[in-house]
Design a protein around this ligand. Structure first.
Ligand code: MN
Length: 228
């Protein structure tokens, strides 16, 4: 095929223990998936159906690296999350079959312009400028499920400059990973390469240039991101 402009590069993530890469298709994010975080954002953590927003694949910062502080915001927040990487797609995926669609897992940051997101919420506008901006999705290497299994409990911890800011546990997800995949697949035909940011525990807060964020998900790995 001959194209009139240069073909955009395929965004990818390294795969731990391999020379091969994981190609990123789309990034789905689950909103308010830990009760404590729902409460800190002023919401009732009752088990309403999950809701989703998206980021473009181009928002990925692959592996440890730098997060450039974005323009037009004075309140940029960290949200540390377990990331699910799909190796198989499909629609109407059954909960019992959902984990067989997972290639692996990663540690990710759903960076958020909280001021712009707040304004959008107030005005009934979309969240894209608050959530889907450039470099808003730092993500570690993908760790294959074939080597770690499917974590359903374990600490999710974010330190900023050595001080713990967020702490949660995967077993406190309101919608667990099989439920999330099954629900999402009723809304979209999922594709191999899709990532799901599964939601963040309580403790979200602002960062500033110079801060070093160290995120970890027990049983999965670490992510080190510097705000520049
Ligand atoms: Mn999030």
């Amino acid at each position: 095929m001959d194209y009139v402009i240069e073909v955009p590069k395929q965004v990818s993530l390294p795969v731990q223990g391999s020379a091969q890469h994981f190609p990123v298709a789309r990034i789905f994010c689950v909103g308010r998936n830990y009760a404590e975080h729902a409460r800190e954002m002023g919401h009732d953590p009752n088990r309403e159906p999950p809701f989703f927003f998206m980021k473009p694949a181009t928002a990925i910062v692959a592996g440890d690296g730098e997060f450039p502080y974005p323009s037009l915001s004075q309140d940029v927040h960290h949200e540390l999350e377990l990331v699910v990487a799909l190796g198989k797609g499909g629609r109407q995926i059954a909960e019992a079959d959902a984990l067989s669609h997972v290639y692996g897992y990663a540690v990710g940051l759903d960076m958020t312009r909280r001021d712009l997101q707040g304004e959008a919420k107030k005005m009934g506008r979309p969240w894209d400028t608050g959530k889907a901006f450039d470099f808003s999705a730092p993500c570690s290497a993908i760790v294959p499920a074939s080597s770690i299994g499917h974590p359903s409990k374990g600490a999710v911890v974010l330190e900023v400059n050595g001080e713990i800011r967020q702490r949660g546990d995967l077993q406190d997800l309101i919608w667990n990973i099989p439920e999330t995949i099954a629900y999402l697949s009723t809304l979209f035909c999922l594709m191999p390469g899709d990532l799901i940011y599964s939601g963040t525990p309580a403790g979200v807060g602002p960062v500033k240039p110079g801060d070093v964020m160290k995120g970890s998900v027990e049983g999965v790995g670490h992510l080190l991101t510097k705000v520049v």
